[in-house]
Write a protein that binds this ligand. Structure first.
Ligand code: SF4
Length: 516
């Protein structure tokens, strides 16, 4: 019996930007008695299911974007007599689809770390259950990735997780509903151990693939301090102290280590936190700006963000503390107007963000926006190729419509056109070159910044919002060619002799005390 773990994708680039962490975590969760699992990442190259044999176990992890391809692989694997198991966010939200369309014997909902060995045991015995409820496991039992299985030279960034869950409740995001609002943090030494393993293998650039690296804000602490009962304040203080303990441990890694994470804008007012990030080699962060107007922020339940001039200052704060920002903006919010696009482009230019992404508001399964959109369509849901629009991810990619929430004053085409213009403006050669001066000093570094900016734009702007398939195909081909030289910019020197610097006893004591 062979164990396959498959990350499906309709598009393969030959080189991956970030290691798909779940493959390596489930590889760790695979008991040694079942042999080495075979890890297949279709973002590298397409998988041929004809190699699958009867009684093999095929685990397929899906999100909405790759669900249909996952179902095709699952169906082919089942036809070859394998046990087919689905997991991931989309399978958690729509388990019935995996049985109906993907040939699933079983679906794992929630976290797979603990459930996967049970799945394998039951498949080996010939009797898998229909559902395994993985639930939300504690941070102290998150597994590290089994990085000995990562192919050499195929990825730009490795990925490590330090915390799951996000206390916010943004309307366009499913994270807080699937991973929960209670932060679940890993022990600092477990995180560092995994990072040392990656550095020994030549990864220097590592994404801290967290839902929200800053789960407790100063405002949360102020509000908790006003309560009569001190319990909440103690709980939040402990979570915050644990973040600092982690960052102190990361500080001890080789100085050329580069981390990137995801964080809310509120961290900008917390200079102590930003300084700790800088010392911990966290050089960049995706910050969800979403909208530059207070009305837009209200639209998405993100009133905790700043708008206008305060927003520009907040974003500059990150930069002043050595944290480069990838700003994420959303267009098509109900309060957006044609002039919003220019205002947003101006903020992106002035605020010193190093990179930016401009996405159109889409109803994504598992979000509040999706639920409201689905309800608004009522009984008469339009169909495309026989598929109801509310299940748009099941339409073949060639005819799949881009689905957007209807806007009160602009057509989807207008929002798309204006969004594309903002991408074009932000990533014009002149603007990238101007921005590069604030990011790196050497000409070589600036040229590398231009290359990375251009490839980022091709991978995300042209393939993400373009509707014209010729443009998408061109962008994919271009990204495929450029990905190879781009990867060499991220390649690190393997450090096989790197030793784990012990976490100071004081820190371990703090961590133990916090967890008690
Ligand atoms: S968008 Fe970010 S801050 Fe909002 S709920 Fe999702 S992870 Fe949390």
């Amino acid at each position: 019996m062979s164990v396959y773990l498959i990350n499906p994708s309709d598009v393969s680039f030959g080189i991956g930007v970030i290691t798909p962490r779940w493959l390596y975590v489930l590889a760790s969760a695979t008991p040694r008695e079942y042999g080495e699992p075979l890890l297949i990442d279709e973002t590298l190259e397409r998988f041929d299911p004809s190699v699958i044999q009867a009684r093999d176990v095929v685990g397929i992890g899906i999100h909405t974007g790759n669900a249909r391809r996952g179902y095709a692989i699952g169906t082919a694997a089942r036809a070859r007599g394998a046990y087919v198991v689905f997991g991931g966010i989309h399978a958690t939200l729509y388990p019935e689809e995996a049985y109906e369309r993907g040939g699933a014997h079983a679906v794992v909902t929630g976290d797979g770390d603990r459930a996967w060995p049970l799945v394998l045991r039951d498949c080996d015995a010939g009797s898998p259950q229909a559902v395994y409820e993985g639930g939300r496991i504690g941070g102290d039992v998150f597994l590290p990735g089994r990085w000995s299985l990562v192919p050499r030279g195929r990825y730009m960034w490795a990925s490590v997780q330090t915390v799951r869950g996000c206390p916010k409740h943004c309307s366009f995001c499913s994270v807080w509903r699937t991973d929960g609002q209670q932060p679940r943090q890993r022990h600092a030494h477990a995180v560092v151990e995994e990072i040392v393993d990656l550095r020994r293998r030549g990864f220097r650039f590592i994404v801290l693939a967290d839902d929200n690296f800053y789960p407790v804000t100063l405002e949360d602490l102020r509000m908790a301090a006003r309560r009569q009962d001190p319990a909440r304040l103690q709980e939040l203080t402990a979570i915050r102290a644990e973040r600092f303990a982690l960052m102190a441990a990361l500080e001890r890694l080789p100085p050329d280590t580069v981390f990137f994470t995801q964080i809310t804008m509120e961290a900008a007012e917390d200079h102590e936190f930003l300084e700790a990030m800088r010392r911990a080699h966290i050089r960049g962060a995706l910050v969800g700006v979403e909208s530059v107007t207070p009305e837009g922020l209200k639209d998405v339940y993100k009133n905790f963000n700043e708008s206008g001039e305060r927003l520009v200052e907040r974003l500059q704060d990150f930069r002043q503390h050595g944290v480069h920002v990838l700003g994420s903006f959303i267009f098509g919010l109900p309060s957006d107007r044609p002039e919003t696009f220019d205002a947003c482009a101006a903020v992106a230019d002035r605020s010193g963000v190093s990179f930016a992404q401009f996405v159109m508001l889409q109803p994504l399964p598992g979000t509040l926006d999706f639920a409201a959109w689905e309800k608004s369509l009522g009984e008469n849901v339009p169909r495309v190729d026989g598929v109801p629009l509310t299940r748009y991810w099941l339409v073949p990619p060639a005819s799949r419509p881009k689905v957007y929430i209807e806007h009160p004053v602009m057509t989807a085409d207008e929002v798309r056109r204006r969004t594309q213009q903002v991408w074009d403006r932000f990533y014009s050669l002149t603007n990238i070159w101007k921005r590069s001066r604030g990011v790196v000093r050497s000409v070589r570094g600036r040229l590398a910044f231009v290359l990375i900016s251009k490839i980022y734009r091709q991978m995300y702007a042209n393939t993400g919002i373009a509707t014209d398939s010729a443009r998408v195909n061109r962008a994919t081909r271009w990204a495929r060619v450029m990905a190879i030289p781009c990867r060499t910019l991220f390649a690190g020197r393997p450090m096989p002799d790197l030793q784990l610097t012990p976490v100071p006893a004081g820190l371990l004591q703090i961590e133990k005390a916090i967890r008690r």
